[in-house]
Write a protein that binds this ligand. Structure first.
Ligand code: FEO
Length: 388
């Protein structure tokens, strides 16, 4: 049975309670959902997005009682939302797919939707459904170049697809626990949206001309307090950083562990908040969340075959791809016979616009001079953070 949001507007959700990995990379501790929306206007009926192909049965069951469909709107063509468009078209052969001009190629290349089935819409173009009107807002790079939002004017609902969404499996239509929702949405932002922070910041003012009562994303619950998620995004995409240090590290024989623990205490004494992530067991999503606000990242690595440890290299490569707004960086390392670990880490961070603070390289186990260097690094960090 269809779940009604408002009269003739329905929430078609596929809850993926047990999914634990997205893009074969991103941890999903709380599962996810793929939301589609059905709008029955007095003249036309539209479906906004579909669901992940693994939820074909679920979506088709929810559409069982829908006799006629005029349009499928594809806000974003990644397959977790578009993957069932061919199946829906099979059920409703008269339906057309509405998408942004950039999405047209993707629909044809990824899903073999035929060109004559696709109608492209310009930025701000409207679609009349009879007693309801949809307005399309091009909103590129959240997180693909073709994405658009759709605003249902009469009901003041903004459909945002991935943008403002969260990987959170829940049976609720609307977010109930804002603490949990904040964490899930921040994780989603950190893992998916953060690399596009600058362009999102540029496009965010577009939302201000709309009176939004409901934000309806395609992952996670809807928001009936839109300012909760919009204000959170404004903060995350801003250039503001906090008095926080994030330390991802590996220790093979305890030297780096000692250096990290010493630095944690030194920073704490100087009033700096620190989060450390042992990369043998860390949730990389949690690391990403902490990088949304942190002013400084310190990478800790032992030397493995004359270079940084491979697990550290992997994490640093990921950090570089996520492009956090972090302003300062350093590396603390130990070595026995080959001292190139620090250079190899610094070379892996070209995307970060960071000021490199003094690095610390211990030969073997850390000694008094190394601890003194760590104190000096803590001093430098505290001084830089004073001006934030
Ligand atoms: Fe949820 Fe970018 O797909």
């Amino acid at each position: 049975m269809l779940q009604e949001i408002k009269k003739n507007i329905y929430f078609l959700n596929a809850v993926d309670w047990n999914r634990r990995l997205f893009d074969s990379l991103i941890p999903l501790p709380d599962g996810t959902s793929y939301n589609a929306y059905l709008i029955k206007g007095s003249e036309k009926t539209v479906l906004i997005d579909t669901a992940d192909p693994s939820f074909e049965d679920s979506l088709m069951e929810q559409l069982k009682e829908v006799k006629k469909l005029d349009y499928i709107i594809s806000l974003h063509t990644e397959q977790d939302h578009s993957g069932l468009i061919p199946h829906v078209l099979q059920k409703y052969p008269e339906a057309k797919v509405i998408a942004s001009p950039k999405a047209k190629d993707f629909l044809m290349e990824l899903l073999f939707v035929s060109e004559d089935k696709i109608i492209t819409v310009a930025d701000n173009e409207e679609l009349q459904l009879g007693d309801k009107t949809l307005q399309f807002i091009h909103f590129p790079w959240v997180h693909w170049p073709e994405t658009m939002l759709a605003y249902l004017k009469e009901d003041k609902i903004m459909f945002t697809c991935d943008f403002l969404g969260s990987h959170l499996a829940t049976a609720d239509m609307f977010l109930k626990d804002e603490c949990q929702g904040y964490e899930s949405a921040k994780r989603y932002f950190a893992e998916i949206m953060m690399p596009f922070r600058t362009i999102i910041k540029k496009n965010m003012p577009k939302l201000e001309s709309f009176d939004i009562q409901i934000v309806a994303p395609s992952h996670g619950p809807m928001y009936n307090r839109p300012e909760f998620i919009i204000d959170a995004y404004k903060d995350w995409v801003s250039d503001n950083v906090k008095n926080e240090v994030v330390i991802p590290y590996i220790s093979m024989h305890g030297s780096v562990e000692k250096m990290v623990q010493y630095l944690v205490q030194a920073l704490k004494q100087r009033g700096v908040k620190v989060s450390i992530f042992d990369l043998t067991a860390a949730d990389i999503g949690k690391l990403a969340i902490n990088l949304v606000d942190a002013a400084t990242i310190i990478v800790g690595t032992p030397t493995f075959s004359a270079e940084a440890h491979p697990l550290v290299s992997y994490a640093v490569k990921l950090v570089n791809a996520l492009r956090p707004k972090t302003k300062f960086a350093s590396v603390i390392a130990s070595y026995a016979w080959g001292g190139k670990a620090i250079d190899s880490i610094v070379e892996m961070l070209p995307n970060l616009k960071v000021e490199l603070l003094p690095t610390v390289l211990a030969k073997g186990a850390p000694k008094d001079a190394d601890f003194k260097a760590l104190d000096q690094l803590a001093d430098a960090i505290a001084l830089k953070h004073k001006d934030l």
